[in-house]
Design a protein around this ligand. Structure first.
Ligand code: NAD
Ligand code: DAU
Length: 354
C-alpha cells in the first residue's frame, strides 16, 4: 500500500541532499503535496540552491528558518502547517569538522533528533510518519571484503558517525517504545549538484579547476561507495511511501572507488572539458598526499539488496553518467560555488532570512 501525505516537513532542506530532494520531489507527477523546509541555515544551508523553487512552487513551498533543537519552534511549525510526515535530513554532516569540534554534532544530531521525535509523538495521530536519513558510517569500517547489511552491528568511529548512530537508536526506541511510525535509511556517499565544497568531490573539482593542490588524505586508498544524489532521493521517497513501519534500509550505489581513483577521474574530466592549466601539465599533477584523517575508515560498501528486493528501487545513474553530470554542473554553476564560499553569501542570508 502506498502512503500519501499532504504536508511534509523537510528538515535541513537547504543543505545538499535536502535541497536536491525538494527539487526532485516537485518534479514527480504523483506528488501533489506541500513542503515545509525547516532549516537553521548554518554555513551548510544555502537558500540559493532553492531560489527558483521558492519562485515557481508558490504556496506548495514554505521556508521556515529554525533550529531543530528548539522545541517551541518545532512544535509551532508542526501545528501551523498541519504536518503529516517528517523527513529528517538536518544534521552537522562533515566528518573533519566533527573531529575538530564535536559540540554542534552532539547538539544538532542527537538533541535535535530527540526534539523532533518528541514533537512528532506529541502531534500524533495527525502526524503519521517520521523518516530518518542516516549514514553507512554508523557501521564503522570494512576490510577488503564484505558489505554492510541492515543487520551489521553499529561501530561508529568519528564523533559525526557516533552522533548519527545515537540518533538512529533514538528513532528505533521511539518506534519500539511509543509506536511512532518510523522508517530509517543508511546511505553511502552522495555526490551531485549543490554539495558544499568542503566534501571530497566538489572540493577537488573546484581546486583542480583553479590549479590549486588536491589534498588526498594518507595513501588515498580508502574506499567509498558513491551514489548520485537524486538516486538517494528516489530511494528515500520509495521508503516513505512504501517502506515497512519500523524498518531500516541500506542505500548504496554499488560503485566502490578509492579516493585516488575519484580524484584522478575528476582531473581527467576537467582536462577534457576545461581550459588547460597555465603550466600545461595534466591536473593529476596537482594531487598532494597530506596527513591522514584521524580514525579514517578504510572501506565502506553497501549491500542494498533489501530495498531492491522489497521496494523495487534501482539507481538511475551509473558512476560514469553521474560523475560527468556533476563535473558539468559545477563548471556551469561557478557563481553558486563562489557565493557559498564567500562572505557575500553570509550577508545575503542575513538580509533575506533575518
Ligand atoms: P549538509 O551539511 O549539506 O546540510 C545540512 C543541512 O541541515 C543544512 O541546510 C543546515 O543548515 C541544516 N541544519 C544544520 N543544523 C541544523 C539545526 N540545528 N536545525 C535545523 N537545520 C539545521 O548535509 P547533507 O550532506 O545534505 O546531509 C543530509 C543528511 O543526510 C544528514 O543527516 C547526513 O547525515 C545524511 N547523509 C549524508 C550523506 C552524504 O554523502 N552527504 C550520505 C548519507 C547520509
Ligand atoms: O558515507 C556517508 C558519509 O559520506 C556521510 O554520512 C557524510 O555526511 C559525508 O560527509 C560523507 O563522509 P566522508 O567522510 O566519506 O566524505 P568526505 O567527502 O569528507 O571524504 C570522502 C573521502 O575522501 C574520505 O575517505 C576522506 C577523503 N578526503 C576528503 C577530503 C575532504 C580526502 O582525501 N581529502 C579531502 O580533502
Amino acid at each position: 500500500m502506498t502512503r500519501t501525505f499532504h504536508n511534509l516537513l523537510v528538515t535541513g532542506g537547504a543543505g545538499f541532499i535536502g535541497a536536491n530532494f525538494i527539487r526532485w520531489l516537485f518534479e514527480q507527477p504523483d506528488f501533489h503535496g506541500r513542503i515545509i523546509n525547516f532549516d537553521k541555515l548554518t554555513y551548510a544551508g544555502n537558500p540559493l540552491s532553492l531560489l527558483d523553487i521558492a519562485e515557481t512552487a508558490g504556496p506548495r513551498y514554505v521556508f521556515v528558518k529554525g533550529d531543530i533543537c528548539d522545541s517551541a519552534a518545532v512544535n509551532q511549525v508542526l501545528e501551523a502547517h498541519q504536518v503529516d510526515a517528517i523527513l529528517h535530513f538536518a544534521a552537522e554532516s562533515h566528518v573533519d569538522r566533527s573531529i575538530a569540534r564535536p559540540d554542534d554534532f552532539i547538539r544538532t544530531n542527537i538533541v535535535g533528533t530527540y526534539t523532533l521525535l518528541q514533537a512528532a509523538q506529541k502531534h500524533r495521530p495527525h502526524l503519521r510518519h517520521f523518516h530518518h536519513i542516516s549514514t553507512d558510517e554508523v557501521f564503522g569500517s570494512l576490510g577488503p571484503s564484505g558489505f554492510f547489511t541492515e543487520e551489521t552491528p553499529y561501530a561508529p568511529n568519528s564523533p559525526y558517525s557516533a552522533s548519527k548512530a545515537s540518533s538512529d537508536h533514538l528513532v528505533r526506541a521511539y518506534h519500539e517504545t511509543y509506536g511512532l511510525p518510523t522508517t530509517l535509511s543508511n546511505c553511502s556517499n552522495n555526490y551531485g549538484p549543490y554539495q558544499f565544497p568542503e566534501k571530497l568531490i566538489p572540493l577537488m573539482i573546484l581546486n583542480a579547476l583553479e590549479g590549486k593542490p588536491l589534498p588526498v588524505y594518507g595513501s588515498g586508498l580508502n574506499i567509498r561507495d558513491w551514489l548520485y544524489v537524486t538516486d538517494h532521493c528516489s530511494a528515500i521517497w520509495r521508503i516513505v511511501q512504501e517502506g515497512g513501519v519500523g524498518a531500516t534500509y541500506n542505500i548504496g550505489g554499488e560503485n566502490e572507488l578509492t579516493n585516488l581513483a575519484v580524484v584522478e577521474k575528476i582531473c581527467a574530466l576537467l582536462d577534457a572539458k576545461a581550459p588547460p592549466l597555465p603550466s600545461g601539465k595534466p591536473r593529476s599533477s596537482l594531487i598532494t598526499h597530506v596527513q591522514d584523517r584521524p580514525g579514517h575508515d578504510q572501506r565502506y560498501a553497501i549491500d542494498c539488496s533489501r530495498i531492491q528486493r522489497e521496494l523495487g528501487w534501482r539507481p538511475a545513474q551509473t558512476w560514469e553518467t553521474g560523475f560527468e553530470a556533476t563535473v558539468e554542473w559545477y563548471l556551469t554553476h561557478l557563481e553558486w560555488a563562489d557565493s557559498v564560499r564567500s562572505g557575500d553569501y553570509q550577508q545575503w542570508v542575513a538580509e533575506h532570512y533575518a
